[in-house]
Design a protein around this ligand. Structure first.
Ligand code: 3PG
Ligand code: MG
Length: 399
């Protein structure tokens, strides 16, 4: 079990008027200005309350989306302020910069009933480069750094690792909980494990996918990612989302799975439509019958049945990434049906189930079959990396 420097150690100190930089993950799913799920915000409340109760001034730092080092209003963290206010029951003082005068002014206004929110760290191109210069500038105003964002701890950025070179660093309550619960769930049963991996890109999950084949008995690949595998196998996938340049990689992963005795399963049927507009008409087709003018938007009923049969044979199910375009009716059907089956088996104690990922959490809560899972993590990539036995840079610096 990993031991980290945590809040218990920090709270032994006198924190009155000390400034804590708290790395949280406010990268929540938002579509057409509507927040689809704010579990990531709900779960950071305990850390923030403990700090403010002990007299600390709290500055929240986070990224949102991938603005590539440039200012872009579409990715502004201003859009999460109402949700932060609601969950933290505090006023939010917004600082459009990460350092300098705006931060000083914000701090001078801060009270026990408020927290400061910095603008998206990824508006500064130093963030993802883990620039020392940026880390030093941000750290200037603060006394401590706290990481309460397990879900982004697989990145080595200023806000996840860089700041810890300049400030005493601790884990937050939610980060501790994530690691504890994921490890606990993974250690419950021996037996067979099924991995269900969805979402859109292989390129971001590549290394993990290869490593996972070693840990899993069965790997089902769905969502947009499956399209690249299908294309690699010579299927026609019409206008479906895919990463053409990754087809060789897909074949390598299939090869790796074979050699490690991990059964890899792809969808055998799908729901397709000509566009992604609301109310679009759709049809159910076998995977070798995808029309040239259509997109694959969900797994079909035969695939759902196959996943059900796999679930009946394993002891643990690990799930990351939605299986279809769940935001658009009826393409939530695959994800919701699998969630229902997993919930039922978990309730009957015949399955240990862990799911993770920002979109996965949103899709599961939309389906209403999220109550009976053994544990649902808000981390996607970080969760998979922990699972695959990789070391996470944001965690390493807290050891
Ligand atoms: C996530 O949503 O998975 C985390 O916030 C990390 O985001 P990233 O993949 O853009 O680094
Ligand atoms: Mg993500």
């Amino acid at each position: 079990m990993i031991t980290l420097r945590n809040l218990d150690q920090l709270l032994k100190k006198n924190l009155k008027d000390k400034v804590a930089l708290v790395r949280v993950d406010l990268n929540i799913p938002i579509k057409d200005n509507i927040i689809l799920d704010d579990t990531r915000i709900e779960r950071i409340a305990p850390t923030i309350h403990e700090l403010t109760k002990n007299g600390c001034k709290v500055c929240l730092i986070s990224h949102f989306g991938r603005p590539d080092g440039k200012n872009n209003e579409k990715f502004s963290l201003k859009q999460v302020i109402p949700s932060l206010k609601r969950h933290l029951k505090k006023d939010i003082i917004f600082s459009k910069n990460l350092y300098g005068e705006t931060v000083e002014t914000a701090l001078s206004k801060s009270t026990e009933n408020s927290v400061i929110l910095f603008e998206n760290t990824r508006f500064d191109d130093g963030e993802e480069k883990n620039s020392d210069v940026l880390a030093e500038k941000i750290s200037k105003v603060a006394d401590f750094y706290i990481n309460d964002a397990f879900s982004v701890s697989h990145r080595s950025h200023v806000s996840t690792t860089g700041l810890s070179s300049y400030l005493p660093s601790y884990s937050g309550r939610y980060l501790d909980q994530e690691i504890l619960m994921i490890n606990k769930a993974l250690n419950i049963g021996d037996g067979k494990t099924l991995g269900i991996i969805g979402g859109s890109k292989i390129s971001t999950k590549l290394k993990v996918l290869e490593n996972l084949t070693e840990k899993l008995d069965v790997l089902f690949i769905g969502g947009g990612m499956a399209n690249t595998f299908l294309l690699a196998q010579g299927y026609k996938i019409g206008k479906s989302l895919c990463e053409k340049s990754m087809t060789d990689t897909a074949l390598n992963i299939m090869e790796a799975a074979k050699s490690k005795n991990c059964k890899l399963i792809l969808p055998c049927d799908a729901l397709v439509a000509k566009d992604m507009e609301k109310g679009t008409s759709f049809s159910e087709v076998m995977i070798d019958q995808i029309p040239g003018d259509s997109l694959i938007l969900d797994i079909g009923p035969k695939t759902i049945k196959i996943i059900g049969e796999c679930l009946a044979e394993v002891n643990t199910a690990i799930w990351c990434g939605p299986l279809g375009l769940f935001e658009l009716n009826p393409f939530q059907t695959g994800t919701a049906s699998v969630a229902k089956e997993i919930s039922n088996l978990t309730k009957k104690n015949s399955l240990t189930s862990i799911a993770g990922g920002g979109d996965t959490v949103a899709a599961l809560s939309q389906s209403n079959y999220n109550k009976d899972f053994t544990y649902i993590s808000t981390a996607g990539g970080a969760f998979l990396e922990l699972l695959a036995g990789e070391s996470l840079p944001g965690i390493e610096v807290l050891k």
